[in-house]
Design a protein around this ligand. Structure first.
Ligand SMILES: [Zn+2]
Length: 327
């Protein structure tokens, strides 16, 4: 087996991404943003941009695999991208639409974590606790909210003297470059592992104070409820469940606000897919290391691949129709 095949065996998600990369289309652009090294092996971090090259146009961002073990997030994005790229080949109407908007994505932010079935990256750092933002909530749960004790414990933030981890830096640079210039941008970071329901979280993670774009959140929720009365999402601030230090999206939102104020709309959401339901339906999967965060049964996995297509398309349409919700 050659080294590439060995890598793909560990990381079929990367193989899938490389297969999508073979798609040559003037509306699709793949980039290698950088790479991370672990045990003598190199892991690339790839992005894909679909649609116009004009970054000021409305756009959505899809990010997954920040927590390596939550593979389902990357898989949902890859499944969406596969369908979307196939559709672009024959749907002229979609092609015309994509000339005036964009989809940008890093489907697999933490490839080492995914290859080794860990939440953290290769340095033992939890990337979603790695940003230079401290929680303002005195009741932030110890350890889980992020700590600087040791990379042997989960939820390690990294040490303050050090720069952010390569994966976090690449993600932040990418979002600043590709998403910030957009007049209207909605991003979704795909996670899994908490609760029975799929939660659609808006900021903040750092505090229980109101998100400055709360009026827009309320308008989006109303449109979602009215347009899809049977939707499955529980819309709430992440801080309702717990507050954390070092959230990358809090950090990016605050940076965006400093540069653009209310001139551009930048809405970073997190989709926390409720994995307890998969456990409840298939309790034995608790003995599988991936079973706490991913659907194991094939039919359930397939259902999850279809489950969020509606939401992604809805969000893209929202960015193209800001008058209906941007205040
Ligand atoms: Zn996660």
């Amino acid at each position: 087996m050659n080294p590439e095949e060995k890598l793909y065996r560990r990381l079929p998600e990367l193989k899938k991404l490389r297969e999508l990369e073979l798609n040559k289309d003037p509306l699709v652009n793949f980039q290698t943003l950088g790479s991370v090294q672990h045990k003598g092996r190199e892991y690339p971090i790839l992005s894909v941009e679909i649609g116009s090259q004009d970054k000021s146009l409305p756009s959505i961002g899809l990010f997954g695999g920040v927590h390596g073990i939550e593979k389902i997030g990357s898989q949902v994005i890859l499944s969406f991208l596969n369908t979307f790229l196939q559709q672009l080949r024959w749907d002229e109407d979609l092609r015309t639409r994509m000339e005036t908007c964009r989809i940008v994505s890093i489907p697999l932010v933490n490839p080492i974590g995914m290859a080794y079935n860990t939440r953290s990256n290769g340095q033992g750092v939890d990337l979603m606790r790695n940003a230079p933002v401290d929680s303002e909530d005195e009741k932030s749960p110890l350890l889980v909210s992020g700590h600087r004790l040791s990379n042997k414990l989960p939820w390690f933030r990294g040490t303050p003297e050090e720069k952010m981890e390569i994966e976090s830096m690449l993600l932040c640079e990418y979002v600043r470059e590709q998403c910030f210039p957009s007049t209207c941008h909605i991003s979704v970071d795909f996670h899994s592992g908490f609760g029975l329901r799929d939660r659609f979280w808006y900021p903040f993670a750092k505090s229980r104070e109101d998100f400055p774009r709360l009026a827009e959140v309320i308008a989006i929720k109303k449109l979602l409820d009215e347009t899809f009365p049977h939707h499955i999402y529980k819309v709430e601030p992440q801080s309702k469940v717990y507050t954390t230090h070092g959230d990358l999206w809090d950090h990016l939102f605050l940076q965006h606000q400093e540069i653009y104020g209310r001139k551009h709309c930048f809405m970073p959401w997190t989709l926390e897919m409720g994995s307890w339901l998969w456990l409840k339906k298939n309790p034995l999967q608790i003995f599988n290391p991936l079973g706490l965060y991913n659907p194991i049964k094939e039919h359930r996995h397939e259902r999850i691949m279809r489950r969020h297509l509606l939401l992604i398309n809805f969000l893209l349409r929202l960015t193209r129709n800001p008058k209906s919700w941007v205040k």
